[in-house]
Structure formats: structure tokens, C-alpha cells
Design a protein around this ligand. Structure first.
Ligand SMILES: [Zn+2]
Length: 233
């Protein structure tokens, strides 16, 4: 880690600490890519301004186009955050689990959060392996007490096995239909801040409602995760 990166992490953590004093809830949102925070949780962030959000994005830290756009999105979302630079090549080679966990622990301020939010270990659509790996790593870190939090939510979306653009799962424990205004603010981050074309996957996906699975116990989350791990060939 360079001196500049250390300074930038510390200043981001300090900013978050200052804001947290007035927060009704502190939330760590851990995503794979710049735009995932907005697509899957942007409405929830916008609808809860008294919650203080620290967003960790694991890939694209050295992407000269998307990294500054992520910073701009965070400003609109009034959130702090940091980026990692995990491999995100088109071949989607699986990453070493330990490396993902190390990057998360290095970017996230090392204290207790009221809530962790991350990807589902089965992803949001068919399929992006970095989403699935991120969700798995966060659940493992929570279960092994390397991350401290009172509860964990995972994104709850599905695409009918590519039949349609990802939709929120309506009967998930946390489900919120966004107002037109909130959805529009989120859509503008995707199209204007990130610059995705109107007919892009991202713009067409931008969900109208947001859903999350909710876990109050890390053991429950871990047991849920192992169902999928056992299915892995
Ligand atoms: Zn993504």
C-alpha cells in the first residue's frame, strides 16, 4: 500500500467516524463494482439519510474512467467509501477467497457496524462471479467475527435465469418500492454520473424496488451460505 493510499483510507475513515456520531444507524455496504451500490441499494441509501453509509467497492480502483465516477456517485449518495483493485477481467476467473477477504478488511474501517449489506452468494443475475464471491466473503468474515455487525442483509434480486432484467424479490424480508422521485435520482446516477446509455443493461435494469434477505445471526447466514457451497462442483 502506498503512503497516499494509507492517507486516503485514514481520511475516509475519519470522515465516516465524524458523521457516525449523528447517525441513527451505521451501515457498511460491500459491493464488487462501481455502480452496484446504486443499482441494488441506491434507493435505500437515498431514503435513509440519517443512516451513515461506508461503501467498499472491491474492483476497478485503477480504472481511470469508473473510479472517479464512483467518487461522484458517493457524493450524491452522501456516503464515504473506498475502492480496491481486484482482478475484474472479462474471463471472470475465480479469485482466491483469502485475497478477497484481505481486501475487504483492508478497506473497511475496523469497528462495529449496525448493519452489513452485500451481494447475494447466488448473485443478482445470471451471472457475475465477482458478485457471488463478494457475498460469500462477507458472510464468512461476519461468521468468523473478523467483521463486527448486528445484522446482515444480502441483495435479493433474480432474472428468471436471464428471462428478464433483474427484479427485486417481492417476498424478501426487506422490500421497498421506490417513489418515482427516488427511482429517478437513482436512474440519473446510473445514466449521468456513471454515463451508461439509456439502452444499456445497467439503465434498463435500474430496479423500481429494492429487496434484501435479512440475517440477525451470523450462524444463520453461514448455514444459508453452506447450502450453496455444498452444491458447488
Ligand atoms: Zn457488479
Amino acid at each position: 500500500m502506498t503512503v497516499n493510499a494509507i492517507i486516503s483510507s485514514l481520511s475516509s475513515w475519519l470522515q465516516f467516524l465524524k458523521k457516525s456520531r449523528k447517525a441513527t444507524k451505521t451501515v457498511a455496504l460491500i459491493v464488487a463494482h462501481p455502480d452496484d451500490e446504486t443499482l441494488w441499494a441506491g434507493g435505500t441509501i437515498l431514503n435513509h439519510p440519517s443512516w451513515k453509509w461506508f461503501v467498499v467497492c472491491l474492483c476497478r480502483g485503477s480504472d481511470e474512467e469508473r473510479a472517479p465516477r464512483f467518487q461522484n456517485a458517493l457524493k450524491i449518495l452522501k456516503s464515504e467509501g473506498l475502492m480496491g483493485d481486484l482482478n475484474d477481467g472479462p474471463e471472470q476467473k475465480p479469485l482466491d477467497e483469502n485475497e478477497i477477504e484481505r481486501v475487504i478488511l483492508g478497506l473497511l474501517p475496523p469497528w462495529h457496524f449496525d448493519l452489513l449489506i452485500t451481494h447475494s452468494p447466488i448473485g443478482e443475475y445470471t451471472r457475475h462471479i465477482r458478485h457471488e464471491e463478494t457475498g460469500r466473503a462477507v458472510i464468512r468474515l461476519w461468521h468468523s467475527a473478523k467483521l463486527s455487525a448486528s445484522e446482515l442483509w444480502t441483495f435479493a434480486y433474480e432474472d428468471g435465469n436471464k428471462e428478464y432484467y433483474p427484479r427485486s424479490i417481492e417476498n424478501a424480508p426487506v422490500h421497498e418500492k421506490l417513489s418515482k422521485m427516488t427511482w429517478l435520482r437513482k436512474y440519473r446516477i446510473i445514466t449521468r454520473t456513471y454515463g451508461f446509455e439509456k439502452n444499456s443493461f445497467e439503465a434498463k435494469t435500474t430496479p423500481l424496488s429494492e429487496s434484501f434477505r435479512q440475517f440477525k445471526s451470523s450462524l444463520d447466514a453461514y448455514n444459508w451460505l453452506t447450502q450453496f457451497e455444498n452444491l458447488k462442483v
